[in-house]
Design a protein around this ligand. Sequence first.
Ligand code: NDP
Ligand code: GUE
Length: 285
Amino acid sequence: MPATLIDGKAAAAALREQVAEEARAFQAAAGRHAGLAVVLVGDDPASAVYVGSKEKATRTAGMAGQVHRLSADIDQPTLMALIDRLNADPAVDGILVQLPLPAGLDSDAVIAAVDPAKDVDGFHPLNVGRLASGLPALVPCTPKGCIFLLRQQLGSLSGLDAVVIGRSAIVGRPMAQLLLTESCTVTIAHSRTRDLPAIVSRADIVVAAVGRPEMVRGDWLKPGATVIDVGINRVEGRLVGDVAFDEAMTVAGAVTPVPGGVGPMTIAVLLANTVEAARRREGLA
Ligand SMILES: NC(=O)C1=CN([C@@H]2O[C@H](COP(=O)(O)OP(=O)(O)OC[C@H]3O[C@@H](n4cnc5c(N)ncnc54)[C@H](OP(=O)(O)O)[C@@H]3O)[C@@H](O)[C@H]2O)C=CC1
Ligand SMILES: Nc1nc(=O)c2c([nH]1)NC[C@@H]1CN(c3ccc(C(=O)N[C@@H](CCC(=O)O)C(=O)O)cc3)C=[N+]21
């Protein structure tokens, strides 16, 4: 029997509906719209597409969106001054600086300059530390979206063996923290991992966040495993994930597709984080 296809597009639409409802309630209580500011530096085409989707989704959810498009050759002080302005703007509840920044800009300094209460990406060291300590925090959107899909598919994750492939600050590390919070037994694999197929073969849950097209093969998987494919790779003009999808569908219990899996959830969670930040800032949460 082929695996269940996990429909991230449908789950994201449902979450966006719920967020729109919360945004209306926020507006009624606070007398203003929840506001998201997105900062895009340079003209990377993929980043421009993501920022466009975020802008559209923000408006559709009944929130106030602003996009700051800056030229690739701006200097660090100019960017830091914009962050300061957004930190001080009471109409801005969430700040997202699209990564990666063009070469020459110090993204760590920019991330650390964002007010942690407005850090809807969850990248500020304070939120990273709170997540690692198991404290309430603004949590990175992509891993939070993955947990949402996993809970929808499996219910409780307690006691399951989870393998996260990738240890980036944006996906792999926070993903592992969240799985730990869900009481999974977590293994984090990366480019120095020995015998990745053997490690993956033990996992009830596999999260692939590498950026290598179709690297995870079907015959690595434990039969019935739940596979979350975070990878977005452009190959000959189409999008493919980090998992060999057709192979995985013959072995796994459930698989997220690319596109239409994790990606749409990332944007829906960004909106959810923005309303959450807005409610906290207004003392409503
Ligand atoms: N769907 C979505 O919403 C999002 C999708 N993405 C996509 O997810 C993927 C990962 O993104 P990101 O985390 O930012 O990528 P990074 O490049 O920052 O991290 C990649 C990770 O994969 C590891 N890795 C590289 N090669 C191997 C290998 N052969 N075996 C095992 N591990 C390996 C690296 O290990 P090491 O640390 O040792 O170098 C690193 O930890 C990309 O395709 C990206 O486009 C990203 C964000 C959001
Ligand atoms: N500060 C910051 N925060 C981020 O969250 C962030 C970032 N920088 N930089 C880039 C990555 C990547 N990312 C995606 C968001 C949506 C889709 C998405 O919606 N994907 C669609 C397909 C989109 C398409 O067709 O290109 C899908 O998978 O179905 C993908 C990837 C967020 N990121």
